[in-house]
Design a protein around this ligand. Structure first.
Ligand SMILES: NC(=O)c1ccc[n+]([C@@H]2O[C@H](COP(=O)([O-])OP(=O)(O)OC[C@H]3O[C@@H](n4cnc5c(N)ncnc54)[C@H](O)[C@@H]3O)[C@@H](O)[C@H]2O)c1
Length: 390
């Protein structure tokens, strides 16, 4: 069954994200036109989508045959083939000027009513939309990697975006089986903004030599309930990619010290210790790997979890305070986009807002750094004795 909102979907960029989104859209019943300027990538995408769908089919997770789904995807030679698309999703290289050029090109071939969306992780949708003659049709739809498996999609309306487009996209994405949340067009949207201290505060604890890498990871998993520790996750994502996101967010927030990148991470990148992909990052990978054991000290573990989770809660509260998203969407984003064990605002209620505020105030008093300044919303809530959820 084709989706009711958009039945011909154009996708530019057939890399990690574009191929995954193509698979999602075709599985949901849409006809997909996939284009990549690199023919080799396009061929690889075709093979990969076939393999991924076969795996899902073998597990009994598809309602249709693989042939039916792949039969709905055509591989374009040129952007001209997007002529009859209802929605075009851009998933090319993260470079503003290149994206702007592609948006201009897309707009020159599609109909007046075609929606054009970007999957950018870090660029402002307003800046991309500004490349179009009809910027009101431009919106951000930020999928998570791998797109077929991660349910969350952040929808970002730019200042120019038509007021109705957000709910239209929400309906479309829900019909694709996704969990959409709405975010303001601010750096990092919801997930990449709120998640910064998960990495940054863990590195800070390491730099202060309060605990080593395996101990911090052990604490966050065993005591905090996170699926992966911060260092394991950075090695998995790639330290280069994680550093780039941090550096971009720091710059985009006009150098707010809360998002300051670390020398430790920068040096890891300079040393090509990128994580799993280079065989070495915070851990060594491979058969001969001999990594340290964690120091399973409960008191230290609780200190680590409390410090990192307080910082995460502070970010979530700040995003709510500044109307980046609703409290429900903030909690949904962190559980469905990065698998956090609980929504951070619900977690704050559980811990107690006064306890969260006290932890942050103690950190700020100890370090005297703006990095630890508590969100004004937490202070207001403690004064009123209120919670995020009743
Ligand atoms: N990888 C992730 O974890 C992730 C998650 C969410 C969002 N994103 C965003 O999605 C976008 C794509 O990321 P990716 O990881 O899939 O990158 P990728 O490098 O795997 O794929 C990008 C593809 O775009 C193609 N391309 C570049 N310029 C083009 C053009 N002018 N016309 C057509 N094709 C062109 C390249 O050949 C390449 O195959 C970026 O904006 C990125 O920030 C990435």
């Amino acid at each position: 069954m084709a989706s009711n909102n958009a039945s011909i979907i154009g996708i530019v960029g057939a890399g990690a994200m574009g191929s995954g989104i193509a698979q999602v859209a075709a599985t949901a019943g849409n006809n997909v036109v996939l284009f990549d300027s690199n023919k080799e990538v396009q061929d690889q995408a075709k093979e990969l989508i076939g393999k991924m769908l076969t795996k899902l089919h073998d597990k009994g997770k598809l309602e249709e045959s693989v042939e039916e789904i792949v039969g709905r995807i055509t591989y374009a030679e040129d952007i001209d083939e997007f002529k009859s698309c209802d929605l075009v999703i851009e998933a090319i290289v993260e470079n503003l000027q290149i994206k702007k050029n592609v948006f201009e090109e897309i707009e020159s071939v599609v109909s007046k009513t075609c929606i054009i969306a970007s999957n950018t992780s870090s660029l402002s949708i307003a800046s991309i939309a500004a490349a179009c003659k009809r910027p009101e049709r431009v919106i951000g739809i930020h999928f998570f990697n791998p797109a077929p498996l991660m349910p969350l999609v952040e929808i970002i309306s730019a200042v120019q975006t038509d007021a109705d487009l957000n709910s239209k996209m929400k309906e479309t994405l829900e019909s694709w089986g996704k969990v959409p949340v709405s975010a303001q067009d601010t750096p990092g949207f919801i997930v990449n903004r709120i998640a910064r201290p998960f990495y940054g505060e863990a590195i800070r604890i390491l730099e202060e030599d309060l605990a080593n890498v395996p101990t911090i990871d052990w604490a966050m998993k065993e005591i905090g309930g996170f699926k992966m520790g911060p260092f394991e996750l950075m090695d998995f994502i790639g330290n280069d990619i994680n550093y780039e996101v941090t550096a971009t967010i720091f710059k985009e927030f006009f150098f707010d010290p809360r998002y300051k990148p670390s020398f430790t991470q920068k040096r890891m990148v300079e040393a090509n210790r990128l994580g799993r992909k280079t065989g070495i990052g915070y851990y060594i990978y491979g058969e001969d790997a001999n990594n340290l054991d964690p120091d399973r000290n409960d008191g230290l573990g609780e200190y680590i979890v409390n410090r990192i989770v307080s910082m995460l809660i502070n970010e979530a509260a700040d995003a709510l305070y500044l109307h980046v998203a609703t409290k429900e969407d903030i909690d949904l984003a962190m559980t469905k986009g990065v698998n956090y064990p609980k929504g951070l605002l619900a977690w704050a209620d559980e811990i107690g807002i006064d306890t969260c505020l006290k932890s942050l105030e103690e950190l700020q008093a100890e370090y005297g750094e703006d990095r630890y300044r508590p969100c004004p919303l937490l202070r207001k809530m403690v004064k009123k004795g209120s919670k995020f959820y009743d």
